[in-house]
Write a protein that binds this ligand. Structure first.
Ligand code: CTP
Ligand code: MG
Length: 235
């Protein structure tokens, strides 16, 4: 089975500071979402990419896809997104035609993920996993705190999970389509990734090795890193 990818790209990018919606901002002169699309279409297993655009940016995203070179073996759809990432992913899933049994969800905000990571995720789903996440060990020790109301106020530390057991997870996350569809139909409440919705159904999620270059562009310093990674690739 070939894979379909949903790319949620409908966020504003508040943490990046004022400017265009994050996915439309450029890296090395090319919009972030075009980098993300190319990263997915680089896999010969990917036959369809559904881009979930800012609700007021569907036409702009369509014209960006038309004006950039993309592999011909891959089809593209653009749909309007929602108010939360979760809602945007659900709208992307609803646009999938029958036939794609392996579905990936990939943040437009991770424009530089290498194709090896994409293929590793697809392979693991094909091998029978219902849900797969690329994951990396942490560099920082992580504390659980009692969050303070005021930003910047001291927060009491509650616990320190054993770092060696923790993983930072990335995208693309890969799923058996039926599993992901059910998760988006049945799981309520705030989540920060798709795999956690599958966990809430009581179903298994496994990791494959993630990649440093699959980091998420979230804050201004991440743009500096992304530009440096691109410059290194072009050398
Ligand atoms: N996303 C989306 N629809 C939303 C919110 C987020 O499709 N309503 C997408 C973003 O475009 C991004 C991915 O989800 O590709 C991961 O979200 P995040 O990094 O948080 O991006 P933003 O929500 O845009 O950033 P911020 O939280 O700083 O506003
Ligand atoms: Mg966000």
């Amino acid at each position: 089975a070939r894979a379909a990818v949903v790319i949620p790209a409908a966020g504003r990018g508040v943490r990046l500071g004022p400017g265009a919606p994050k996915a439309l901002r450029t890296l090395g002169g090319t919009p972030m979402l075009i980098h993300a699309v190319r990263a997915m279409a680089a896999s010969r297993h990917v036959s369809l990419v559904v881009l979930v655009a800012p609700p007021d940016g569907v036409a702009e995203v369509r014209s960006l896809l038309d004006s950039h070179s993309l592999p011909e073996r891959t089809d593209f759809l653009v749909v309007p997104g929602g108010a939360t990432r979760q809602e945007s992913v659900r709208l992307g899933l609803e646009a999938l035609p029958a036939g794609s049994e392996v579905v990936l969800v990939h943040d437009a905000a991770r424009p530089l993920v290498p194709v090896e990571t994409v293929d590793a995720v697809i392979e693991a789903v094909r091998a029978g996993a219902g849900a797969v996440v690329p994951a990396l060990p942490l560099a920082d020790t992580v504390k659980e705190v009692e969050p303070a109301e005021a930003a910047g106020a001291p927060e009491p530390v509650v616990a320190t999970p054993v770092r060696a057991r923790l993983r930072a997870v990335q995208t693309p996350q890969g799923f058996d389509r039926a599993v992901l569809t059910r998760a988006h139909q049945e799981v309520e409440g705030e989540v920060t990734d798709d795999a956690s919705m599958v966990e809430r159904l009581g179903l298994g999620v496994v990791t494959v090795p993630g990649h440093e270059e699959a980091f998420k562009v979230t804050r201004p310093l991440d743009l500096v890193l992304a530009e440096a990674v691109l410059a290194r690739r072009r050398r």
